[in-house]
Design a binder for this molecule. Structure first.
Ligand SMILES: [Fe+2]
Length: 407
């Protein structure tokens, strides 16, 4: 365990050092100055996104423009290939790959690897290909609507401290030497503000793929800090969401999850946002979606209903973001018979029982400093939903046991 963490930290520092190396100019007709350039490699190993019973999206990043694909299959064979497609063209000459495998068999183990052939350039319309690289073989299991059990872990408020990911997962994500989670959530504020792809790789993607993300899917829920920085609007290019929105729902085993985006914490006209925020309008749009969502069959028939939202509409101070979430989402959520809400944002872990303002319990994870970090572990069966909030030192910081209600 410790050596895994050490090699992870060594890899991180190598990447940091490599990105600082100067790249010499390429001189035409010169043999004495060779460019100091790395070969094409995976800047981010593949990570799993947006799993459904019969599909999954695999995202990976190459260092050079390439033509990339996924080789996959059920069982131990990878006899099928899938590419990205756009307007009749097979995706190529790109670095960030988002490839969806569809028509998969539910509840089945699959193997896959990703392959990239560098594109050196074009001569007129003719493509010039370079070397081909490929990843190791990874595996994942498609979910199935018959799954009676589901296990998930939830991080929040990492705030550019990537070591939290291996730290909490290696300490608290295993039973024996087996991972005891099927899914991972980053419930907002992974970063302070977002300025580059490198930051997303170093602070989220790499620590995640080093520990789990090539074989276990994850979601990034937008926190108020993901809304900030020059790269913030490009974050969705690196992830896959149903209908490309940050608010959506999905069912895994006995649980139907609602994901809402609480947006920024201050008013849209706050000077910090430079006049480029429209979160009031966005929360109103989400409210309309939520009203329809709670009338769907999937929501109504689920054994458990769990809400993930970065800023809790209650117990999260009285700034505008909290208060507006309470105003627009509160009445719908109280009508919806939610079983539990999971949040972050305050940096102080707490568990709040249902009260006169919210008729469901709320668990808020802590972070990001040592001694205050938590990993929330959700375990659902068809009869019972269990949440345990584990502090980094192993202390049980919160616990909820919810029995299936007759609706
Ligand atoms: Fe936050």
């Amino acid at each position: 365990m410790i050596s895994d963490r050490r090699s992870f930290l060594e890899k991180m520092s190598q990447i940091g050092a490599l990105s600082l190396l100067p790249v010499a100019p390429v001189l035409a007709n010169s043999t004495d100055t060779l460019p100091i350039e790395e070969n094409n490699h995976f800047v981010a190993d593949p990570y799993l996104q947006n799993p459904g019973n019969d599909e999954i999206t695999i995202v990976f990043i190459t260092s050079k423009n390439s033509f990339s694909w996924v080789e996959y299959g059920s069982g131990t064979y990878t006899s099928k290939r899938e590419f990205g497609y756009n307007n009749g063209l097979i995706e190529a000459n790109n670095r960030v790959n988002k490839i969806t495998l569809s028509n998969l068999k539910p509840g089945t183990e699959h193997k896959y690897k990703v392959v990239s052939t560098e594109i050196l350039g074009y001569k007129g319309s003719k493509v010039e290909f370079g070397e081909t690289i490929s990843s190791p073989l990874y595996g994942f299991k498609t979910p199935s609507s018959g799954d009676e059990e589901f296990k998930m872990v939830i991080f929040n408020d990492i705030h550019d401290r990537p070591q939290i990911i291996p730290q909490l997962l290696y300490r608290h994500g295993y039973t024996g030497n087996k991972r005891d989670y099927d899914f991972v959530v980053f419930n907002g504020d992974c970063f302070d503000w977002v300025t580059s792809e490198q930051q997303m790789v170093d602070h989220l993607l790499k620590p995640s793929t080093d520990v789990f993300a090539s074989e276990i899917p994850f979601i990034l829920t937008q926190g108020n800090h993901e809304c900030r920085g020059s790269f913030s609007r490009r974050i969705p290019e690196y992830f896959s969401y149903p209908e490309n929105k940050y608010y959506y729902s999905f069912t895994r085993g006995p649980v139907h999850f609602l994901i809402l985006d609480s947006g920024e914490d201050k008013t849209d006209d706050s000077v910090e946002y430079g006049g480029l925020s429209a979160f009031d309008r966005y929360r109103e749009i989400q409210k309309k979606w939520l009203e329809k969502e709670i009338e769907t069959e999937a929501f109504k028939k689920a054994a458990f209903r769990v809400l993930l939202i970065h800023i809790s509409p209650w117990h999260s101070g009285d700034w505008h973001g909290t208060m507006h979430c309470r105003e627009v989402f509160g009445p719908v959520l109280n009508k919806a018979k939610i079983d539990v809400q999971i949040s972050g944002h305050t940096h102080r872990y707490a568990t709040h029982e249902a009260d006169s303002t919210h008729n469901f319990p709320i668990m808020i994870g802590g972070g990001p400093l040592e001694g205050n970090r938590t990993l929330i572990k959700l375990h659902a069966t068809s009869k019972e939903l269990n949440l345990k909030m584990i502090r980094d030192d192993g202390e049980l910081a919160g616990k909820l046991t919810i029995q299936k209600k007759s609706r």
